[in-house]
Design a protein. Structure first.
Length: 278
């Protein structure tokens, strides 16, 4: 998929741009890439000029939605193919995404990228080969690249999530990684068997919640993770903090026990489990 390089709008930003036009301003300054950079655009009667392109003024936009230029109008960064998958703005600039209204990345206390940095640091990726089982928007991969990873292989099974990545300026571009990021459209549970033994130095496992992707919490899958990780290698497994009273389960401790059975030393860390291959 080719990456999108046009402007991205959210409602507060669009309202500000339109207010500047209505006040008679000749220019408007703000971020059109979710906080990655700042641009100044010319406000004209028939549109606004951005990077030598004359663009239409946006219509009425919805809250909690990111818009991209689709032809000659702004459309939501969202797709529906059995499930509604959309890119969602945050107060941090760096977006999260939702599937059927379920937020897939934590954003309450920090940006999803800052949250990823804390987790990636646990596996110390510098100079290592890393397996990223459920790539999502690619924030684990972005943090690994920034930390000096030698190579990271990311899997993502959902084609619509891969499409979101092409519109998200915070998602890393494999083509710009000098070969260090390999992004593969595949279900890691189906293809991990083809990966050679002890071929990775570290693992990052950020699966959807247990009720959606139970196979990624299975003992057999954990055995495969142990097989492809060299001895002494670290794994961070995100579990979140599900409510034990409502779910009736202590998922982090269940995961830790299963990882121990698979050949790891495991301990609770952040909102997941940190494990070391024995």
């Amino acid at each position: 998929m080719s990456r999108y390089h046009g402007p991205l709008l959210i409602r507060p930003l669009a309202d500000d741009l339109l207010a500047a036009r209505d006040a008679g301003a000749a220019t408007w300054t703000g971020s059109l890439d979710l906080g990655c950079s700042i641009d100044t655009v010319a406000l004209l009667a028939d549109g606004w000029r951005w990077r030598d392109a004359l663009l239409p003024y946006p219509g009425k936009l919805k809250d909690r939605t990111i818009y991209f230029l689709d032809g000659d109008e702004f459309a939501p960064v969202a797709r529906f193919a059995g499930s509604l998958i959309k890119l969602v703005p945050t107060e941090w600039g760096v977006p999260t995404f939702e599937i059927d209204g379920i937020k897939m990345l934590p954003t309450a206390k920090a940006s999803p990228l800052a949250d990823a940095q804390r987790k990636v640091a646990l596996v110390e990726p510098r100079g290592k080969t890393v397996l990223d089982t459920c790539g999502g928007l690619g924030y684990f991969a972005a943090c690994c690249l920034e930390s000096g990873v030698a190579r990271i292989h990311s899997f993502e099974k959902n084609a619509d999530v891969l499409w979101l990545r092409t519109l998200n300026p915070w998602s890393p571009d494999p083509a710009a990684s000098e070969g260090r990021l390999q992004l593969e459209h595949a279900d890691v549970a189906q293809v991990i068997g083809r990966i050679a033994d002890a071929s990775f130095d570290a693992l990052l496992h950020d699966p959807p919640r247990f009720g959606i992707a139970g196979e990624l919490y299975a003992q057999a899958f954990y055995g495969e993770l142990a097989r492809v990780l060299r001895r002494g290698g670290r794994l961070f497994h995100y579990t979140g903090s599900p409510n034990k009273l409502t779910s009736g389960r202590d998922v982090p401790r269940e995961v830790a026990r299963r990882l121990e059975q698979a050949g790891f030393r495991a301990e609770l860390a952040l909102d997941g489990v940190l494990a070391t291959r024995r």
